[in-house]
Design a protein around this ligand. Structure first.
Ligand code: 5AD
Ligand code: FES
Length: 365
């Protein structure tokens, strides 16, 4: 089929097969990528509107019990100073987000499973609901946990949960993690969260060593079949002090551009396939291009997650090399971001929670 016809079919909502998605991820015909982004943008405008919602993210601890081969805060990384912010500091960040019209907050940290950690987060959630009068939407991104922990956090006021599957290919997953990290458990956690009433988000890293275009196309179908409410995915970026990053060595600009391009096309195809979900323009896009997040919005994303972690902690939360905004404080980011979004002709939904339309519809049906 002609590539432009295929893009039109996708825009109308026809189901794409894996081969077709793979083709759209790579097709080099003149004008094809622009047509793909434009189609995804129109679907976004129709399904979720031309409004960007903000989630202030607080990366409150880099203590982690896992050892993923790609991640800069993995357990066995030597010489990294470990921190956990005090509850008072986290609540101050939440108050700042609320007062500055960020409708939602994301709490992220390394993965820890313990009663102490569960209770720590439970108290935080209650505190955040209290200081914001229940206004702030709260997303947790705290990894794999048991059903009981998820339940306690939901009862304490958590609204949404982000847990990236990282790749939908179990074999690739196995190569990226030590043997006690289980794909099936991670996927099972997504099930638990869905049954527990959460707005559920997942996503992948894009451009991993050994990841084929067919595998990325299968990722899009995984998102469709998992029927998620939110998607957060972004390019993989090597971190020198990790086993995977050390192997790849210095990357040239062409490699980085390729990953950025794939990341943007994945956003577009996710928008064309899942339609009414929230899709984040990941910070990793911005690490590859200063305008990466805006490019993400133009390719179909509608969520931005500005980092509002106090700057003194950011150095110790480098998941990958060259993570942006290391020393810009939250207020600088807010103003800079507002300018950039308005330049695109979009507005920011200040003071709005911006729940996933898919989630709202599911609850009504
Ligand atoms: N490059 C890009 N993303 C990464 N993450 C972890 N390490 C990297 C990396 N080197 C992502 C993972 C994780 C999220 C919190 O950060 O997808 O789920
Ligand atoms: Fe951080 Fe612009 S968004 S400085």
């Amino acid at each position: 089929m002609d590539i432009f016809k295929l893009i039109e079919a996708a825009e109308r909502g026809e189901r794409l097969g894996r081969g077709e998605i793979a083709r759209l991820l790579t097709d080099g015909e003149a004008g094809a990528r622009e047509a793909l982004f434009a189609a995804a943008y129109r679907v976004k405008a129709a399904e979720v509107g031309r409004k960007v919602f903000l989630r202030g993210i607080v990366e409150f601890s880099n203590l982690c019990s896992k050892d993923c081969f790609y991640c800069g805060i993995r357990r066995s990384r030597p010489g990294l100073e470990r921190f956990r912010m005090e509850p008072g500091e986290i609540l101050a960040a939440a108050r700042w987000a609320d007062e500055n019209g960020y409708g939602s907050l994301v709490l992220q940290s390394g993965e820890v499973e313990s009663e102490e950690f569960t209770a720590f987060v439970e108290d935080l959630l209650r505190g955040i609901k209290e200081i914001s009068g229940g206004r702030l939407g709260v997303t947790l991104s705290l990894g794999e946990q048991g059903a009981e922990t998820y339940r306690r956090w939901f009862d304490a006021g958590g609204d949404r949960y982000l847990l990236r599957i990282e790749t939908s290919d179990p074999e690739l997953y196995r190569r990226l993690h030590p043997s006690d990290h289980r794909f099936d458990r991670r996927r099972g956690c997504l099930e638990l969260l869905r049954r527990g009433g959460w707005q559920v988000g997942t996503g992948m890293m894009i451009g991993l060593p050994g990841q084929s275009v067919e595998s990325l196309a299968a990722d899009v179908l995984f998102l469709r079949d998992a029927d998620v409410d939110m998607v957060g995915m972004g390019p993989y970026i090597p971190h020198r002090e990790t086993p995977l990053g050390a192997k790849s060595g210095e990357e040239d600009r062409a490699a980085r551009r390729r990953r950025l391009e794939l990341g943007l096309r994945m956003i577009a195809l996710t928008r064309l396939t899942l339609r009414d979900v929230n899709i984040a323009a990941a910070t990793a896009l911005q690490a590859l291009d200063p305008a990466g997040r805006e490019l993400g919005l133009a390719a179909g994303a509608n969520i931005i997650m500005p980092n509002i972690t106090p700057t003194r902690y950011r150095d110790a939360y480098q998941l990958y090399d060259g993570k942006p905004c290391l020393d810009e404080n939250a207020a600088d980011c807010r103003d800079c971001l507002q300018r950039r979004v308005e330049d695109l002709g979009e507005t920011i939904g200040f003071g709005e929670r911006g729940d996933s339309p898919r989630f709202r519809r599911r609850r009504l049906s």
